[in-house]
Design a protein around this ligand. Sequence first.
Ligand code: BV8
Ligand code: ZN
Length: 243
Amino acid sequence: MKHIADIIENHRVFILTGAGVSAESGIPTFRGFSGLWCNQRIEDVASPEGWRKNPQLIWEFYSMRRKTALSAKPNPAHFAIAGLLHRMGDRLFVCTQNVDDLHEQAGAHAVHMHGELFKSRCEKCRRVFEDRELHEYEIPLCDCGGRLRPHIVWFGEKTLELDKIHRALDQCTLFIAVGTSGIVEPAASFVSRVAGRAWTIYVGPDDPANDYYFTRKIAGKAGKVLPALFGRSRLPFPASCLE
Ligand code: BV8
Ligand code: ZN
């Protein structure tokens, strides 16, 4: 019996990851009970208005997120994606909504459409640079004197590299979303953009809000499912589940 792992390399694959792929690394998701935003209004901490109103609060929120991410390690889901990327090269496009660097730590290059925790950018000269400092309290200044901000895409701001992402979506024959609630746009509409033309699989413990568009849903934790789905060993994901 053929398994997905046997046929996946014949496809052009697009993988979209969300907070669920980092959950087993100890990074809280957003909308779960213990979610990051359970005790704050998203608009207050992830929007330009929130930043304008209270930059100190926002800066400390992201410093706390940096601190959590600094102690997190990639889990088997990140390594499974990195292993597949190593095998498939440019036939696999990895796009993440996450701002942590766990895909990179596992050896995969991912397109970070919502920005990156370990980058800051200057509000004046727009310079974006690697920044792994905690700067726990004070908001640092750029060499040009401009104020730094997190290199994060907030609600109401344009997501990054969307043209490149759309090109990869339009070329893919297999779309796999992992660990995302399917609420935040434009990522939530990627699956409907390819549905009908490409196979679409969702991996996660709960049905996403956009589950209508998925050919298959594999219930389970990413750290368990992905090594099996992408691994070479004979595991219970017959290719027939794509028929
Ligand atoms: C834009 C900041 C336009 C970084 C984030 C009304 C209708 C439709 C759209 C809108 C609307 N009103 C406003 C909008 C647009 C808005 C939007 O979508 N709002 C939502 C709330 C309705 N979108 C925007 O504003 C975007 N920009 O549209 O720009 C534009 C165009 C031109 C010019 C100017 C503007 C910007 C969106 C980006 C916002 N920034 N974060 C940060 O702080 O992290 S979004 C935030 O949500 C995170 O980045 C996160 O990645 C993202 C998505 O969340 P998920 O990853 O899905 O996480 P969640 O907790 O929700 O779900 C986790 C899932 O994992 C669950 O399903 C769970 O079951 C699963 N799970 C748990 N454990 C595991 C697991 N899965 C697998 N294994 C496990 N172990
Ligand atoms: Zn500057």
